[in-house]
Design a protein around this ligand. Structure first.
Ligand code: IVH
Length: 673
């Protein structure tokens, strides 16, 4: 870019940064890596420093990023919520310190507080007389979004502070995050519900905080670490940063335990070096350390730069989890639903202690929009256990020999013409018997989202496929201990155990089989609806599109792909075999032909019912053909209200919707039994 018109260059950088900010903060879907963002940010900073006339008041270098979402009430911060400047190297860390020493000689001897930089979403909590009264996101630093209801659903955050030495009004600031294990669980649950997996814990946390439904916030298992106290009214509990952290801990606020105070910059540098390789081993995502002047009075005197970052703190970032390497080729695989899955074949590269040779390229739209070409040097990231991803090419390293990628027109496994449904980002191989799909399908079939066969993981499935013992899902049920014993890694006991686990899977309910089959659009929710309504696999196979779509929650996409699955000779033969083998043919407790007096009715439960738990009520309503929804709308048939019914009751009354009690619900259900 050098030599170009600096004004045009600044405008281009600004536009790119604004776009990245929007994707990150407002859409919770980052488009570029943090490292790339930092590069652009620094380039713009340097340009503005060299040409002060170019520094516009609304430049991204002057703000924290992200506007409050339209749909949430806005709230102004009493004291701005700042961002942090970054130091990517030891030199940059020492430079920061040097500058402070020049500003204020006392810094040379000042103690430094070091703590983990948690990679989540910043949150401000206001407590009055020890009671949580408000939760607000950072937003643009000056104004955030009021999300008190969601904040109350975070178990880590005390609704009332312990002890009594808290100021009458204070703000506790900290980071909301999702631990790695919890994140994996959230994605497994989402998969079981037929939802797209979330991209990463940070965006999942930010999205959950701003979700409209506190239940969604709860489902994402958010956690919190406090790192700052802002006294609004009353006396500060300490005059050092570590004193404040100790106060937070006394009040029952979780504080990340690895914080230390060191004597000066040399010790801080040594401590940072010690963390560089360990930071990714924490149970949550962290991308560096924060170094702060420990003395709060000195902090106040050092102040803030441009309303954006404090002088008294800096983030020492360890961006080592991404690396650049050459994209040698793009291999095409077929996912379990038939979607084309482009995979990057990479020149081996070490990332976070692991050699990476393959990474996902998501789908063809991502390849096109990021202009990824074969031969490019690409940035690859790896976080935790997640599959490595290609972020994008380094365009400055192009030689001209790079070749744009063309997605194939035909499936490389079955030779079938690929199709791309309107509005979808991927092409599909429409052949349900495509051998490319078999592996992924079989892995899904036996996974927890499917028939949940213990002892059958991806590697075992691969082994069985390679040994030609299994070609489709029905083949699992023909395996004997004798054949398994022939395979590497099986002993008498393990072979017998697996055969037993497979036999047990025959007794699974029909909905598990439906979800296991990996029929496009039929996730766990649709599978349950169908199984409860129709009761047996035979009944589902006989149902017409009209019968299927009569169910609330089943639309033309689901019914279409289900009909197709039942009618295709290949998959119909698979269903016949599964039937002959007696695999999961029925949904317990459903009488397919029984009376279903709540057919098509939409009920909403609110308050505490005198005898039925919410789960029991839901199960009985669904068994009678009804649907339970969480929100009242004009489509609601009736609201079942118990004691302490809240807003839903008021809304039902406002919309003129019938309100019934448990006794009436039971009367209506009884007509079913
Ligand atoms: S102090 C005025 N301490 O990092 C200083 N921030 O990149 C404000 N963060 O907005 C922040 N861990 O959301 C501080 N131990 C920590 C932190 C931390 C994570 C986040 C915070 C901040 C962002 C800046």
């Amino acid at each position: 870019m050098s030599g170009a018109d600096p004004a045009a260059e600044a405008a281009a950088l600004r536009a790119e940064l604004e776009r990245a900010n929007r994707a990150y903060y407002e859409l919770d879907a980052p488009e570029i890596s943090d490292a790339e963002y930092d590069r652009l940010f620094r380039a713009l900073q340097a340009l503005e420093a060299a040409h002060p006339a170019l520094a516009t008041a609304d430049s991204p270098t002057r703000r924290v990023g992200g506007a409050p979402a339209e749909y949430l009430p806005k709230a102004r911060h009493a004291v701005p919520m700042l961002s942090l400047d970054n130091a990517f190297t030891t030199e940059e860390l020492r430079d920061w310190h040097q500058k402070l020493v020049r500003l204020d000689g006392r810094v040379a001897e000042a103690a430094l507080a070091l703590e983990v930089k948690i990679d989540g979403a910043a949150l401000s909590l206001t407590y009055e007389d020890g009671i949580l009264v408000r939760g607000v996101t950072r937003g643009n630093g000056t104004e955030g979004e009021e999300i008190t209801a969601n904040v109350r659903s975070i178990g880590d955050i005390p609704l009332r502070l312990d002890g009594s030495d808290w100021p009458a009004r204070l703000e506790i600031r900290g980071e909301v995050y999702i631990g790695r294990a919890a994140f994996a669980r959230v994605n497994r649950d989402r998969e079981a519900r037929g939802l797209e997996p979330l991209q990463n814990p940070r965006n999942a946390a930010a999205g959950a905080l701003r979700a409209l439904d506190p239940a969604e916030a709860r489902r994402r298992r958010l956690a919190f670490f406090g790192y700052q106290v802002v006294v609004l009214d009353g006396t500060a509990p300490a005059d050092t940063h570590d004193g404040m952290l100790a106060a937070l801990a006394r009040w029952g606020v979780p504080v990340e335990p690895h914080h230390v105070v060191v004597d000066g910059i040399d010790d801080a540098v040594a401590a940072c070096d010690g963390w560089a390789t360990r930071i990714r081993d924490l149970a949550f995502d962290a991308d560096g350390l924060v170094i702060k002047i420990n003395d709060l009075a000195v902090q106040v005197e050092l102040g803030v730069v441009g309303n954006r970052v404090p002088r008294w703190a800096i983030a020492r970032k360890f961006p080592a989890e991404s690396a650049f390497t050459r994209l040698l080729d793009i291999e095409v695989n077929i996912g379990r639903t038939g979607a084309l899955a482009p995979t990057a074949i990479l020149e081996p590269v070490r990332i976070g202690g692991v050699t990476v040779t393959r990474a996902t390229l998501h789908n063809e739209d991502v390849i096109a929009s990021r202009d990824v070409r074969i031969g490019d040097v690409v940035e690859v990231i790896r976080s935790g256990d997640v599959i490595p991803k290609v972020l994008g090419p380094d365009r400055s390293r192009r030689t001209g020999a790079e070749v744009p990628w063309q997605p194939p027109t035909h499936c490389p496994f079955s030779g079938t013409l690929l199709v791309r449904p309107e509005g979808e980002a991927a092409r599909y191989c429409p052949d349900p018997r495509c051998p490319g799909r078999a592996y992924e399908q079989l892995v899904h079939f036996v996974s927890r989202a499917g028939l949940d066969i213990e002892g059958l993981g991806p590697e075992r499935v691969r082994q069985l496929l390679d040994a030609h013992l299994v070609r489709d899902a029905a083949d699992f049920f023909t395996l004997t201990a004798d054949t398994l014993r022939e395979l590497e890694g099986f002993a008498d006991q393990s072979a017998a155990a697996l055969v037993q686990a497979i036999a047990a899977a025959r007794e699974r309910p029909l909905h598990a089989l439906l979800a296991a089959l990996g029929i496009r659009h039929v996730g766990a929710t649709a599978a349950k609806l169908l199984a409860r309504r129709f009761g047996t696999l035979d009944a589902i196979r006989e149902a017409t599109a009209q019968d299927l779509e009569a169910l609330d929650g089943i639309g033309p996409a689901i019914s279409g792909s289900l009909r197709e699955f039942c009618e295709d000779p290949g998959t119909a033969a698979l269903l016949d075999r599964l039937r002959a083998l007696g695999v999961a043919q029925e949904e317990a407790g459903v009488q397919a032909d029984g009376p279903r007096p709540l057919d098509g009715q939409i009920l909403v439960l609110t308050g505490t019912l005198p005898t039925l738990s919410r789960a029991e009520a839901t199960q009985r309503i669904e068994a009678a053909g009804g649907v339970v929804k969480s929100a009242v709308s004009r489509k609601t048939t009736a609201v079942v209200a118990g004691s302490e019914a809240g807003d839903k009751l008021a809304k039902a009354e406002a919309l003129g919707i019938e309100v019934i009690d448990e006794a009436e619900l039971l009367r209506r259900l009884d007509r079913a039994e």
